[in-house]
Design a protein around this ligand. Structure first.
Ligand code: ADP
Ligand code: MG
Length: 240
C-alpha cells in the first residue's frame, strides 16, 4: 500500500531524513517511535505530500507521491491524517466539520455526506454531540471527531501523528480504543506514538527513528524482545 525507497529530505543545509526505506502492506499497523526531533512527523508527512522530499521515491497504492503527473489533492484526499492538536474547524459544528471536505473535495451531496459523517460519529461514540461546536467538547472527544472526519473520506490508509500526546491522561484511552478498533477492522495505519501499550496490542511492525534515519524496522515481537539496537533499548527504557 505504501512504499518508501531511499527517501532523503533537507531543510536548507539540515538533513532531516536520511535514506529512509520501508513498506506498509494493506492492513498493516506500523508504529513509528523515536526521540523528539528524530524526524517522525516529517517522515509520515512525506507520505501524503504534506512535506516534499528531495531524494527517493514514495508510492501510495501504486501512485508516486510528489511527481508532476500525480494529482496530489486527489491522492491526499484518500489518505486520512490525524494530528496531535485535532485541527477541527472551531467555527463549524461537529456535523459541519464531518461533512465539509466530503462535499468540497469528494463532491458528495449534502445528504450523503451527513449520512456518512454521522455513521462514523456514531462509531466513535459521539452521535449525541453532532450539533455542538469543537470548543464544547473535551480534547479526547475532539480527537475522536477528527478520526471520524478522516474516516468519512473513505481513506485507503490512515496516518496518525502523536494523536494522544496533547490529551489529559484520562482521555488517552478513549482515543486509543477507537484506533485499536480501526486496526482490528483491517485499516492500514502508520502511527507516530509513544504509547507502547497500543504498539504491543495491535502493531504488526515498529519503526524506530533516530536523527533522521530508520534505525529499526522490525516486527513488534522483535522490537520488544531482545534483539533491538542500543539506541532503541535506551529509548524504551526512558519511556516505559
Ligand atoms: P519528530 O516528529 O520526531 O519530533 P520532526 O519531524 O518534527 O521530528 O523534526 C525533525 C527535525 O527537523 C527537528 O530537528 C526539527 O527541528 C526539524 N524541523 C522540523 N520542521 C522544520 C522546518 N520547517 N524547518 C527547519 N527544520 C525543521
Ligand atoms: Mg513530531
Amino acid at each position: 500500500m505504501i512504499t518508501m525507497e531511499h527517501v532523503s529530505k533537507w531543510y536548507g543545509d539540515f538533513q532531516v531524513l536520511t535514506d529512509c526505506s520501508t513498506q506498509v502492506a494493506k492492513g498493516d499497523v506500523v508504529v513509528v517511535c523515536g526521540p523528539s526531533g528524530s524526524g517522525k512527523s516529517t517522515l509520515i508527512k512525506t507520505v501524503n505530500g504534506l512535506e516534499p522530499f528531495q531524494k527517493g521515491r514514495i508510492t501510495v497504492d501504486g501512485i508516486a507521491v510528489g511527481e508532476p503527473a500525480t494529482n496530489m489533492s486527489k491522492l491526499r484526499s484518500r489518505i486520512g491524517m490525524v494530528f496531535q492538536n485535532f485541527e477541527l474547524f472551531p467555527h463549524l459544528s461537529i456535523r459541519e466539520n464531518l461533512t465539509l471536505a466530503q462535499i468540497k473535495v469528494l463532491g458528495r451531496s449534502k445528504d450523503e455526506a451527513i449520512e456518512r459523517g454521522l455513521k462514523y460519529l456514531d462509531r466513535v461514540g459521539l452521535i449525541a454531540q453532532k450539533d455542538k461546536f469543537p470548543g464544547q467538547l473535551s480534547g479526547g472527544q475532539q480527537q475522536r471527531v477528527a478520526i471520524a472526519r478522516a474516516l468519512s473520506m473513505d481513506p485507503i490508509a490512515m496516518l496518525f501523528d502523536e494523536p494522544t500526546s496533547a490529551l489529559d491522561p484520562e482521555m488517552i484511552n478513549e482515543v486509543l480504543d477507537v484506533m485499536v478498533g480501526l486496526a482490528q477492522d483491517g485499516m492500514t495505519m502508520m502511527v507516530v506514538t509513544h504509547e507502547m501499550g497500543f504498539a504491543k496490542k495491535v502493531a504488526n511492525r515498529v519503526i524506530f527513528m533516530d536523527k533522521g534515519s530508520i534505525v529499526e524496522d522490525c516486527t513488534k515481537d522483535e522490537f520488544f524482545g531482545t534483539t533491538r539496537s542500543d539506541r532503541a533499548r535506551d529509548f524504551l527504557a526512558k519511556i516505559i
